[in-house]
Write a protein that binds this ligand. Structure first.
Ligand code: DX5
Ligand code: ZN
Length: 218
């Protein structure tokens, strides 16, 4: 299966969102990666429902929504109505993760779980069969433009083994500090989807950067 690129909208120009969304629509990118941050689960606030609604109106590709918030269960149906195709919650934010995953699926979305850099893969053993996506955080979440944590490769290997062992068809996504320097090694370790924020949007020609990254990993 082809490996996917998901530009992270957090690094887009918020004063020119429509322009950047159209750029992604017309590029070789596969998904829109969108981070909702609440200032509680992470030390930053990104944007909320009204902005997501505006993005959704223009986005023509899969919306991969990454919730960096406490109590994500409160908003599952809201995010479904706002156009999320994949809804990813943090393991660290969910007391009843199994229930949350079922609720995401019942709302008609694919279910993802994200793990912070300190959280071991093994915590997913009992839910992996129910998951469509696991997002391995390769930076401490909250901000774009941070450097990639090298321990991620080991975690991707471990997750790949767990997925194969459980015969699940869950995809592995990497989020944080992705560039052309680590993309290949991540794919070799078993990654399926690479999120890239600053590397894409701060480059001179984002469309070309996406195309180059896509060619590099496929
Ligand atoms: C970090 C967010 C990421 C972020 C990645 O907390 O979850 O999606 O936008 O940005 P870069 O690619 O710049 O590290
Ligand atoms: Zn993210």
């Amino acid at each position: 299966m082809s490996k996917l690129i998901a530009p992270s909208i957090l690094a887009a120009d918020f004063a020119n969102l429509q322009h950047d969304i159209e750029m992604v629509n017309n590029s070789e990118a596969d998904w829109f990666h969108i981070d909702i941050m609440d200032g509680v689960f992470v030390p930053n606030i990104s944007f909320g429902m009204p902005v997501l609604k505006a993005i959704s109106k223009h986005a023509k590709k899969t919306i991969d929504l990454h919730l960096l918030i406490v109590y994500p269960d409160r908003y599952i149906t809201t995010f479904a109505d706002l156009g999320a195709d994949i809804l990813t919650v943090h393991y660290e934010a969910c007391k009843h993760l199994h229930r949350t995953i079922q609720a995401i699926k019942a709302a008609g979305m694919k279910a993802g779980v994200a793990l912070n850099p300190h959280t071991p893969i093994a915590v997913l053993e009992d839910v992996i069969a129910d998951l469509d996506l696991v997002c391995i955080m390769s930076v401490n979440p909250g901000f774009g433009g941070q450097s990639f944590i090298e321990n991620t490769y080991k975690k991707v290997n471990q997750l790949k083994q767990l997925i194969e062992f459980s015969e699940s068809d869950c995809q592995i996504e990497i989020d944080g500090g992705v560039t052309n320097k680590n993309a290949n090694q991540l794919i070799e370790a078993g990654a399926d989807v690479l999120v890239a924020g600053s590397y894409v949007f701060k480059s001179e020609n984002p469309t070309e950067t996406i195309a180059d990254l896509k060619a590099l990993i496929n």
